[in-house]
Design a protein around this ligand. Structure first.
Ligand code: GLY
Ligand code: MN
Ligand code: MN
Length: 510
């Protein structure tokens, strides 16, 4: 999350800045009678809040974190708003670690901070405190005049008591954060912060460390990096709650693909048909969940060979394949990451099908070896063996498949330049700060969730492949849960074989 616009301000400065944007065009009455009138006559009843579903699992997560990083007060900011243009911001999405340890999701809550520390009674257990800016009373001008926090502008905001009930932890006003962070910090208690989330909070932590004799520079950086690494590694194995969320995200994503397929004829008839596809998926994702978990790739024809094609401004032609890589992020912020490559006409041509079947065979090879105990990196090996074989068979390699698979060869990677698998969860590329020995070199364990997503991409300007292959890009991406003795394909309800895909399209096209 970028914080470059706020590097030298703390959150209250930012608030004032945001509140004053557009003052020069304000015509709001400021007389006393108006202020009294707008502040009176409101029902002040506060509804009883329910605990967040995630509040059942967050205490265990926080306990595990303090056991891994003992003797440290850990500061997890939600993050800050980022300006999109002038006085409008990008939609807010909280930092993943903040969401994981607080249980909050959707757009909650910019500028808030979760603090996790060893409990005074038992340092193997955690104490957590949430700091945020609660609702202001109707008698304050914030209520009607503050476009950033005022309820007339942004809707109902929780009280301290409501937030406490939802999160199941102690909750304080954000103005008390500094005092809380500084208390007892020193020889027996360190202070660390999730880096690069909120520059204002990070500066506050650095200042408090300096005032209390804790090292700065590289030592501080290493402590902060250790928090980031711990938060990443803790999510490698999903708990039962997370697996339920992943299933919901994948199911919503498959419904989104079905909405897209229904729109394929409209996409074909539009000069920017890829946008029609992106729009259909986005509408589905916003209706079902928080939104898309990452920018949708809607790539027709040769665009499919651009790995991160998100401009999506191309036409969709009847005789082409369209590669759609999309995921719904549900309100708890878990996202799916699914790719299907569809024949726009509803039927694969023989050459499209040849490429499709090779990619499917590679994916199936990775599925076939996936089970607890396999090294994560071996998923890729299994898929590459198939693709190298097929490319040799088609006469595309400058040597044998075996030579290509050796460290000195790797020619096949010209047409499959990305990884086959990555962990998946709240971040689409989840657990990315985990150490190599915990990720690529680690053995699969029950509860891990990752993708299997081989592809083949023959660019239209690739002179090393026959003309008939040029402009064909195929990826098939599924989301996989490791079980006690194998894996479950969470996205199996989205058809995978060429024949099933053709039937899927035939059944859904309007
Ligand atoms: N959608 C990004 C990826 O597949 O990794
Ligand atoms: Mn992926
Ligand atoms: Mn993807």
């Amino acid at each position: 999350m970028s914080t470059e616009n706020t590097a030298s301000t703390d959150s209250s400065d930012r608030m004032k800045d945001l509140a004053s944007r557009g003052d020069s065009r304000s015509q709001r009455p400021s007389n006393e009678a108006f202020r009294e009138f707008i502040s009176s006559g409101w029902d002040e009843t506060v509804p009883v809040a329910d605990p967040l579903p995630a509040a059942e699992v967050t205490p265990e997560r926080r306990d595990a974190l303090v056991r891994r990083l003992p003797g440290t007060r850990l500061v997890l900011p939600a993050g800050v708003l980022k300006v999109r243009s002038n006085d409008t911001d990008y939609p807010f999405r909280p930092d993943t670690a903040f969401a994981y340890y607080s249980g909050l999701g959707t757009d909650e809550e910019p500028d808030s901070v979760l603090v996790v520390e060893p409990s005074a009674e038992d340092p193997t257990l955690s104490r957590a405190t949430y700091f945020f800016r609660p609702r202001a009373g109707f008698d304050s001008s914030e209520f009607y005049a503050d476009a950033r926090y005022g309820e007339m502008w942004v809707g109902r905001r929780p009280t301290l008591a409501e937030a406490g009930r939802r999160l199941g932890i102690e909750v304080r006003h954000i103005d008390e954060l500094r005092d809380h962070l500084a208390k007892d910090v020193g020889a027996h208690l360190s202070l660390s912060v999730m880096p690069a989330v909120d520059a204002g909070v990070e500066a506050m932590v650095q200042e408090i460390r300096g005032q209390n004799g804790l090292p700065d520079g590289e030592e501080a950086t290493a402590e902060f990096a250790a928090l980031k690494e711990a938060a990443s590694e803790q999510r490698l194995v999903k708990d039962d709650y997370e697996i339920t969320q992943m299933r919901a995200a994948v199911d919503a994503t498959i419904r989104g693909f079905e909405d897209v397929i229904a729109q394929l004829p409209a996409a074909v008839g539009h000069p920017r048909g890829e946008r029609v596809i992106e729009g259909a998926f986005t509408a589905s994702a916003r209706a079902a969940g928080n939104g898309v978990g990452y920018d949708t790739i809607a790539a027709a024809g040769d665009h499919a060979c651009t790995l991160h094609w998100t401009r999506n401004d191309g036409a969709v032609r009847e005789d082409e394949l369209v590669l759609i890589d999309a995921g719904v992020e549900i309100d708890s912020l878990y996202t799916a990451d699914v790719t299907r490559t569809l024949p726009v006409s509803g039927t694969f041509s023989p050459v499209q099908r040849k490429v499709y079947d090779a990619v499917l065979e590679a994916a199936d090879a990775a599925f076939a070896v996936a089970r607890p105990g396999l090294r994560f990196r071996e998923l890729h090996t299994a898929a590459m063996e198939v693709l190298a074989d097929r490319l040799e068979e088609w006469g595309l390699l400058p040597g044998t498949a075996a030579q290509s698979l050796s460290a000195e060869g790797q020619w096949h990677r010209r047409w499959m330049p990305h990884g086959t698998s990555h962990h998946l969860g709240m971040d689409v590329h989840d657990c990315a700060q985990a150490r190599r020995e915990m990720y690529l070199d680690a053995e699969l364990e029950p509860g891990m969730v990752f993708t299997i997503e081989p592809g083949l991409y023959f660019k239209e300007n690739d002179l090393l492949v026959p003309e008939e292959l040029r402009g064909i890009g195929v990826r098939i991406e599924d989301d996989v849960l490791v079980t006690a003795d194998g894996v479950e394909n969470l996205s199996a309800a989205a058809p995978r074989t060429a024949a099933e895909v053709e039937r899927w399209i035939a059944g859904l096209r309007r």
